[in-house]
Design a protein around this ligand. Structure first.
Ligand code: MYA
Length: 575
């Protein structure tokens, strides 16, 4: 059990604390749940095999209604809704495993299911009152009602707090009146129930408005725009939503009035893991296709699978997927263990999931070569379907900034504490937080990985060393930039990427240790090898990232971009 259930593994790591008890033993589902999930997955595979034609869904830009109702009959709409409210009551690990399977079968369907339950109804699960749960969850669990999450607006995408949709309390205090619109809402064309975010305070210059989350029934007057035409996930529904004097009873406020931003963030924290899980599944489908292709396509008198550069691509994909799967199930396991703050871990899984999928889709298409580019084959659709994951549920750029700033905020506070304690040594010492005390008593040196299997000691040392680097870089940039760090996006990107690689190595170490303990060195050979390849790749990236902190051309790049904005184009022509 974690040292401190409030603490996040990654936030602790930014302080140099390796909370090994959060890594070991690597989490797993109970055997009962594993059995249930296996049975469910068998039915899912059979159903998709017999009823789902992804190319047809892509061409028709819709999921046939009979497929949607079949998915509902399978019980796929209420996976995490507790049994008492009509759902399957799955743990986060089990939910992730089901989303992984659906992600391996059809992206439009995965996104529809994800928008319904990873985010659409998640607010009710996390923040709903008992009365709200009883009123909404049973019909959402069966899919009689479908849900959507309505946060994004034209001026409030990455800047989620800038929502303009207004909610005014009626003079009798019995309901709110919503006015405004939302864009790019997944399931927007048909959802019956929406989690809507609106501002309930006046806009003040330089201040963020207070948001409130509402459960809004379509029947209250929510209108949808036409379906958007998209690059990929074309079978999923994406529309605008319009609220014109939509009356919502005060009983439908989700969480506390004025605390809607937190509701949005917590829902997204949990939703991002679903996306990572779906990405694992899509990667598995792609790697299977890539392996089939390299064994059937011939060049220069032999299968292309025999060439070193092809082997390199396949090995890289496997190592990346192994790390992604390890990170995602580690994070899901932490949630199941009761850890409250998993915001950094889930953001990291979302970034790594979407980028791994993009790279695996790209490399698989490359291996397929000519046919990869043709619409008669599935590769191009998989590539198109994969692209959105880098954008929605928080763009990877904004999530990198979030990982860095949120990770560094703890050490930032600790440094302030230390500075204060140094100024007022007697009084100040009592004000020190746990972490700051450690720091003040320094030199604490780096913490050790003590529970990894000895066969992985090289990788464990690398993890320890780079944890030390993360801490010293964090301290150095906080001392140098102070609060201005919020504006230092190059630094944020590097810090985030160091953190991402460290989480990946930690997750692989924990999972592979369990594999070795259970099956011995030879039985765990595949896991050991993939851990070694992944750690090697991460090591090379980490070395570069650390070097770039000191030696970079950030300022030059900024200047070039500013000149390009003035030129409004690439400025040369050989003519
Ligand atoms: S849904 C729309 C997705 N939109 C976003 O993700 C929005 C991204 N933006 C943000 O997250 C925020 O605006 C950011 C903060 C992070 C930029 N957990 O001053 P602040 C706290 C907990 O930094 P801002 C979609 O796309 C923070 O500590 N707390 O805020 C669906 C602070 O607290 P305090 C958090 O600068 C698509 C306070 O909030 C978090 O305004 C369909 C203010 O922070 C957090 N994460 O911006 C998907 N963040 O005041 C279907 C901040 O106490 C998926 N805070 O210090 C299906 C997938 C299927 C896969 C298929 C595969 C094939």
């Amino acid at each position: 059990m974690p040292r401190n259930i409030e603490q996040s593994f990654m936030k602790a790591l930014f302080h140099g604390v390796i909370a090994e008890e959060m890594l070991f033993p690597f989490p797993e589902m109970s055997s009962d749940e594993r059995e249930n999930v296996s049975l469910l997955l068998d039915s899912v595979r059979r159903f998709f095999g017999a009823n789902v034609d992804s190319a047809k869904i892509d061409r028709a830009c819709r999921i046939p209604p009979e497929v949607l109702s079949g998915l509902k009959d399978l019980g796929l709409m209420g996976l995490q809704i507790p049994a008492q409210h009509g759902g399957a009551g799955l743990s986060s690990m089990a939910y992730a495993r089901v989303m992984q399977e659906v992600g391996s079968l059809d992206a439009s369907i995965a996104v529809t299911l994800g928008a319904h339950q990873s985010i659409g109804l998640k607010g009710i699960l996390l923040f709903g009152t008992e009365e709200q749960k009883q009123r909404y969850l049973p019909r959402l669990a069966t899919g009689e009602h479908m849900a959507a999450f309505a946060l994004t607006e034209p001026g409030a995408g990455s800047d989620a707090a800038a929502v303009k949709t207004r909610a005014e309390l009626s003079p009798d205090g019995k309901h709110y009146v919503l006015n405004g619109s939302k864009i790019w809402i997944t399931n927007g064309g048909f959802a019956d129930v929406f989690t809507v975010f609106a501002r309930t305070s006046a806009l003040e210059e330089g201040k963020k408005p207070r948001l409130t989350a509402f459960i809004v029934d379509r029947s209250a007057g929510v209108k949808s725009g036409p379906e958007e035409h998209k690059l990929g996930i074309r079978g999923s529904s994406t529309t605008e939503l319009f609220f014109e004097d939509v009356r919502v009873p005060v009983e439908n406020v989700l969480g506390e009035a004025g605390k809607g931003f937190r509701v949005a963030m917590e829902v997204l924290n949990s939703g991002r893991l679903g996306l990572a899980a779906g990405s694992i599944g899509a990667c598995q489908t792609l790697v299977r296709m890539a392996i089939d292709r390299v064994q059937e396509r011939r060049a220069f008198g032999r299968h292309i699978g025999g060439f070193g550069l092809i082997k390199d691509k396949i090995a890289t994909m496997l190592a990346q997927i192994y790390a992604l799967e390890s990170m995602t199930y580690l994070a899901a396991g932490l949630i199941d263990a009761g850890v409250v703050d998993y915001s950094l871990e889930s953001a990291i899984c979302k970034i790594v999931g979407s980028e791994t999928l993009w790279s695996v889709a790209n490399e698989t298409l490359q291996i397929a070569a000519g046919i990869g580019y043709m619409q008669d084959y599935p590769y191009e659709q998989l590539l198109r379907d994969a692209r959105i994951n880098l954008i929605f549920e928080g763009t990877n750029e904004i999530l990198r900034a979030f990982v860095a700033l949120s990770g560094m905020s703890g050490p930032g506070r600790a440094l302030e504490d230390v500075a204060r304690a140094m100024r007022e040594p007697i009084k100040g010492f009592g004000l020190l937080s746990d972490f700051a005390i450690r720091k003040a008593r320094t030199v604490l040196g780096r913490e050790r990985m003590t529970r990894t299997h000895p066969l992985l000691s090289r990788e464990a040392v690398l993890f320890e060393e780079h944890t030390g680097q993360l801490v010293s870089i964090t301290e150095a940039v906080l001392r140098k930039h102070g609060r201005d760090i919020a504006e230092m996006q190059y630094v944020q990107k590097r810090v985030a990427e160091i953190a991402m690689d460290l989480f990946g190595i930690a997750a692989c170490l924990a999972r592979t240790t369990r594999a070795i303990e259970r099956r011995g060195e030879e039985g765990a050979r595949r896991e050991i090898d993939l851990t070694s390849i992944y750690t090697g790749m991460a090591q090379r990236r980490l070395k570069q990232l650390v070097a770039d902190v000191q030696d970079n051309d950030d300022e030059l790049r900024k200047a070039v971009a500013v000149r390009a904005y003035a030129d409004r184009a690439y400025p040369f022509d050989v003519l």
